[in-house]
Design a protein around this ligand. Structure first.
Ligand SMILES: *Cc1c(COP(=O)(O)O)cnc(C)c1O
Length: 432
């Protein structure tokens, strides 16, 4: 007879296991504070110039902290080029511009991700095509990519969702066969490995988010990484008013180098340098907590803890759990409601599938006439109906829930409370 089998679930009027707010994780320490104050003392919060003037200190490439942060990232991720940007949404848009998409080109992408992964494609008037995901790793399925290729496909944009690598070898194989760019969105997976290589460094171009929820946190920010000199140069031009620069220099092709201002500031870069030093420890501490969670969840037959494929390690941006189909008669939503009632507040149902967002259902990105899908640039009818990605849809509707453990500091005491709350609900499912 276990500890909780006698007690009434909070959702049924009992007392919640957790009745205090757990301590929030604060990633910012004295190192970040000091680094910021040093920049403040200089009075220079950004040193970018939107023109090519090496004589005034290479300001097209940003100030000293921007460049030092990029150098540190190059070293850490062991890549030839790193381009910082003011968000990873900007970074994705710059990556997609860097590969020189033509309007109407198609990019194959996962529906099980944050919306910017897909909307960044639309910023170049290219067309997202959604491929389904693997039911265990939640990363895009190479087989589904293969089935989604058309004559207009130009790239695959794969996401290292929740913190583990996509199936790099198989995706690369498909890309090579069909002459496609391979882009990665590793927003959630910095500092983890795939077959000994840092995740996000094996595609043609990709990168990481630095927003306040992510492993390296500068408030807002992003990092593009690539080993391709041409792609890096185009990304830098897109970051910093490209058209003003290409107009005065011989850069060859200027298509899709409409300039933006995606520049990261000196303060954020100074914070980023300090955060990067803590990344390894940060990932290890999450892995330590996750291994305790996995040991605990493995006691429950109806649950599938995070499945980590061979050669991968996991950053646990989200600790994902699946209710195995057929094991219990209670819907996931009821289980999650009961967990929330016990005081576990940081739970998610995973991603609302992107193809089901109004943007794709109505097929209107700009204006009111259905652009770009209704225009001449879109040469075939791309399907976004419910049913095109059955695995991702089912996960969201019925089986998945994620524990956002990184929101909290999770001391051993907090972790025990959380596990007690899970245990109370999981051993009283009959009363739901
Ligand atoms: C956070 C995130 C983004 C967007 O990054 P921002 O820095 O917030 O713009 C894109 N893709 C994924 C998978 C993310 O988790």
């Amino acid at each position: 007879m276990n500890l909780h089998s006698q007690s009434v679930l909070a959702v049924n009027g009992g007392t919640p296991v957790i009745n205090t707010e757990l301590e929030r994780y604060n990633p910012i320490g004295v190192e970040e504070r000091n680094a910021v104050m040093s920049v403040m003392d200089t009075g220079i919060l950004s040193q970018f110039l939107g023109s090519w003037e090496p004589e005034v200190g290479a300001s097209f490439f940003g100030g000293p902290n921007v460049q030092a942060f990029e150098d540190a990232c190059k070293d850490y991720f062991n890549v030839e080029h790193c381009v910082t940007v003011n968000s990873w949404t900007s970074g994705l848009t710059a990556c997609l511009g860097a590969i020189n998409l033509s309007p109407g080109d198609e990019v194959i992408v996962s529906p099980w991700t944050m919306c910017a992964t897909a909307t960044s494609i639309l910023h170049w008037n290219a067309i997202p095509v959604f491929a389904d995901i693997d039911p265990h790793t939640f990363t895009i399925s190479p087989e589904s990519i293969q089935n989604s290729i058309s004559g207009r496909t130009k790239a695959v944009l794969a996401v290292d969702i929740f913190g583990q690598s996509c199936d790099v070898a198989e995706i690369r194989k498909v890309c090579t066969t069909h002459n496609l760019y391979f882009i990665t969105d590793s927003a959630q997976a910095p500092g983890v490995f795939h077959n000994g290589k840092l995740v996000g460094t094996e595609s043609d171009i990709g990168g990481f988010s630095l927003n306040c929820h992510k492993h390296i946190n500068t408030g807002e920010g992003g990092i593009i990484v690539t080993n391709d000199c041409g792609l890096a140069q185009r990304a830098r031009l897109i970051r910093n008013h490209g058209e003003a620069v290409v107009a005065s220099h011989d850069f060859g092709s200027i298509s899709n180098i409409i300039g933006h201002n995606y520049r990261l500031g000196e303060l954020e870069s100074a914070i980023g340098i300090q955060q990067l030093k803590k990344l390894h420890t940060n990932v290890l501490s999450r892995q330590r907590i996750a291994s305790k969670l996995t040991a605990f969840f493995s006691n429950f037959e109806f649950l599938e803890p995070p499945y980590i494929s061979d050669g991968n390690s996991h950053a646990y941006y989200i600790y994902g759990l699946k209710i195995k189909p057929g094991y219990i008669n209670i819907h996931r939503d009821k289980v999650v409601d009961a967990l929330i009632a016990e005081g576990i507040t940081c739970l998610t149902h995973g991603y609302r599938n992107l193809h089901l967002l109004p943007l794709f259902q109505q097929k209107i990105a700009y204006g009111s006439n259905g652009f770009p899908w209704s225009s001449d640039i879109c040469t075939r009818n791309v399907d976004y109906s419910k049913g095109i990605c059955p695995i991702a849809e089912k996960l969201h509707d019925d089986y998945f829930f994620g524990f956002e453990m990184c929101i909290y500091n999770l001391t051993d005491g907090d972790l025990n409370l959380v596990l007690n709350a899970f245990e109370k609900v999981f051993t009283s499912l009959d009363s739901l």
